[in-house]
Design a protein around this ligand. Sequence first.
Ligand SMILES: Nc1nc2c(ncn2[C@@H]2O[C@H](COP(=O)(O)OP(=O)(O)O)[C@@H](O)[C@H]2O)c(=O)[nH]1
Ligand SMILES: [Mg+2]
Length: 434
Amino acid sequence: MKDIVIACVGKPSAGKSSFLNAVTDATAKVGNYPFTTIKPNNGIAYFPIECPCKRFDKTKLCAPRYGRCIDGKRYVPIQILDVAGLVPGASEGQGLGNQFLDDLRHANALIHVVDVSGTTDANGKETVGYDPIGDIEWLRGEIHSWIFGNLNKRWSQIVRRHVAVKASTAETLHNQFSGYGATLSLVQKSLDRSGVKEPMDTWEKETITKIVDAFLEERFPTVIALNKIDLPDSDKNISKIMRKYDQNKIVLSSALAETFLRKLHKQKFIQYEEGTDNVQTKEDLPDSDLKPLDDKLQNRIEKVQDLVLYRYGSTGVQDVILKAVEVLGLVPAFPVKSLTTFANTNGKGVFRDCVLIWPGTTVLEFADIVHPEIAKHYLGAETIGNRKIGEDDVITQENNIICFKTSQATHSSAAGGPANTNTNSTSGGQTAKK
Ligand SMILES: Nc1nc2c(ncn2[C@@H]2O[C@H](COP(=O)(O)OP(=O)(O)O)[C@@H](O)[C@H]2O)c(=O)[nH]1
Ligand SMILES: [Mg+2]
């Protein structure tokens, strides 16, 4: 079992920490999360999805074990990691060097925070008129050099062993890449993507480069957050970058604006709905308990509205999280005890659990994610309308509310309460595995 981890990377002063603070300090009061280890540079962000409680007219009963649900909008927690210390030359040991790169092993996807305003240079020092377009290539290149270097320096040994043990290319590469958290199937996908078919002992440096390229694509799906859009030069830099890169992977953001708005919301100066341009003050809501604004604060809010909210529709910070989960293709799945009440064993509310699972996860694999005991005693599974689903069926948005039948009582924590009947269905934890 593995938590979903999204890592914020980028040069110094791009806004990684600000971004992390902005997304993790949710105005939504959500205290609980399922993750086992929360390191100091970790935070929890909330990924909004449509909760099935709405569709089944049960919003009032919806009681997520983790995160929360507001009128059918469900906020599912995911881990965000602030990875500091990447400077030009990191792969050659500059700055924190490999220590930074080692952090990446835990990440499922990357958010590359780019200072699009041109006010910081390649090393993050203050400047004017810097062209940030190179920063995008640079980060990719830095990670590439790190992985390529590790492979290249032992290449002759790797090949000798490969030939001696008659391993497949994927097996040998898996040995080399498992340290980066890669499964055999991911390595196979990278190989397919690279198009390389020649035997390994004929590979040139260019072939290895190609392999590492493909591996990076598979292993580190990346969303580019063009940050600091509130600053004057951002506009022209944005259009330049948009022309060159896949617009599907680019999101515009202002971490500063988001932090500001969330703070004012918390202090009851404004009503602010995250992910929207919807800001309301005492003037808009005279009967509310909002505090009145002085001129200075009023001006600052108007500036954020003019420079960010009205121009871009939102601060973009929540869109970055949405996009990161989207590139991973994660599917929300709901293990339930009953397909009529959607409750779990102890009866405390409905749709208690929502698990983000990898695309391609089968019903039986999901059973194991929810609890290994369920997979062990697995008899079958059903979805809405008591429709039977096969153990090898892939879970999609269409069959993601699942009731498992087991041959004997599963562990009480797996069942969400004491399990003492012969045929058991189960709901449980909040982790996914790849
Ligand atoms: N104008 C503006 N400044 C920002 C934004 N995000 C971060 N900053 C500022 O950029 C500087 C560096 O931010 P920080 O989060 O520490 O960067 P990190 O080194 O990547 O973690 C700080 O002074 C932030 O206030 C933004 O969206 N707009
Ligand atoms: Mg920082």
